[in-house]
Design a protein around this ligand. Structure first.
Ligand code: PMP
Ligand code: GLN
Length: 378
């Protein structure tokens, strides 16, 4: 059988989580919280089930949830998407990313991705017959290099894929990035796919600069978010995509045959819980405390931390500890030290190795303390 994805193996998240389980290591690798979502939200799910919301949801998502997403988007970013024609509920952001790419990328189209990048982007591009074109964030600041991005644009560039707050680096867009993107968008006709799943994890008083806040960008963009990140429910797999009507129409054609619809009781629960603005408004300080605690705990260690402005990931340079390549170091750390982590080279198509690993700090205080104790022994 000729593989359609010859360069793809098992994702690093599965690999490292399995290794962590095998060696009974503390899992700071795959990004997920080790604490529960609010009790009230769980109650709303069981309530929805008891009320009989257990059959297929409408393909685009239940109207109440689309409406709440739309209102929240206006409140936060000053953009009011029409819930009927511009908001689609998906089975996680992963499905939304795949559906958006499949909806607009034709064989031979170029799709610009900026590395290091989340691992689901490129396989989705390749399955659509698209050609990934790679730009990279600057090193060691992990900022967008707009000159480099402009140099890589061609008449075949169909889509530009961006992500802020950025997984795995923790970098976030600044206003000048949105300005530069707006200038490029005036000169070129590419569409934009903006992965904003960590929109509520931006620290140090900075706002999240959603692409939706700029009308000239929103009119040509798919903007994707995930309730899994915001509500500590990665296992529920509920996300959404906001895009103008023409793009949403194409998006929904794919979505209806990819999954058709997303789990109904979760949609009802989230629709009811979205009125709780407190939860997402306090999320930055909730995660900033964890970021700061983890950094403080690692202060005596030999790891050098890269500043983290957003997401629940902390990058650390380990060159003072080992000269192993990062994949080997991550395996060794899991097996021998008992802390699982993610090597960063897997997010570059050419496996660029800056001797960096990523720790997820979406963990209980005691988990972070135990992990840091082990890491400080090195
Ligand atoms: N994009 C990024 C940048 C992510 O980190 C993740 C989650 N790991 C996703 C998309 C996928 O989100 P979901 O779990 O909602 O499919
Ligand atoms: N987004 C999560 C991370 O970056 C992993 C999601 C997954 O396992 N596919 O760790």
């Amino acid at each position: 059988l000729q593989s359609k994805l010859p360069n793809v193996g098992t994702t690093i998240f599965t690999t490292m989580t399995q290794l962590a389980l095998q060696h009974n290591a503390i899992n700071l690798a795959q990004g997920f919280p080790d604490f529960n979502c609010p009790q009230e939200l769980m109650n709303l799910v069981t309530e929805a089930m008891r009320q009989g919301h257990n059959q297929y949801a409408p393909s685009a998502g239940i109207p109440a949830l689309r409406q709440k997403i739309s209102q929240k988007t206006q409140h936060l970013y000053g953009h009011l998407p029409n819930p009927d024609t511009e908001v689609t509920v998906t089975s996680g952001a992963t499905e939304a990313l795949f559906a958006a790419i499949a909806a607009v990328v034709q064989p031979g189209d170029e799709v610009l991705v900026v590395e290091p990048c989340y691992d689901s982007y490129v396989p989705a591009i390749e399955l659509s017959g698209g050609v990934p074109v790679y730009a990279s964030l600057t090193y060691p600041d992990f900022a967008l290099d707009w000159q480099q991005i402009e140099d890589k644009l061609t008449s075949k560039t169909r889509l530009l894929l961006l992500n802020s707050p950025h997984n795995p680096t923790g970098a976030v867009w600044q206003q000048e990035d949105l300005d530069a993107l707006t200038r490029l968008a005036q000169k070129h006709s590419f569409l934009i796919l903006s992965d904003e799943v960590y929109e509520h994890m931006v620290f140090d008083g900075q706002p999240h600069l959603s692409l939706l806040s700029v009308p000239a960008l929103a009119e040509r963009a798919f903007v994707i978010s995930s309730f899994g990140k915001t509500y500590h429910t990665t296992g529920w797999k509920v996300g959404y995509c906001i895009a103008p009507p023409a793009l949403t129409a194409e998006f929904r054609k794919v979505h209806q045959y990819l999954t058709f619809s997303t789990a109904t009781p979760f949609q009802h629960a989230l629709a009811a819980f979205l009125d709780n603005h407190e939860h997402y408004l306090t999320l930055p300080s909730f995660y900033q405390q964890k970021r700061d605690l983890f950094a403080q705990l690692l202060q005596p260690s030999k790891f050098e931390l890269i500043p983290c402005a957003g997401t629940y990931f902390q990058l650390a340079r380990y060159a003072n500890i080992s000269d192993k390549p990062d994949v080997e170091f991550a395996q060794w750390l899991t097996k021998e030290v008992g802390v699982a982590t993610i090597p960063i080279s897997v997010f570059y198509h050419d496996h660029t190795d800056h001797r960096l690993v990523r720790f997820c700090f979406a963990k209980k205080e005691e988990t972070l303390i135990s992990a840091a104790e082990r890491l400080c022994q090195l």
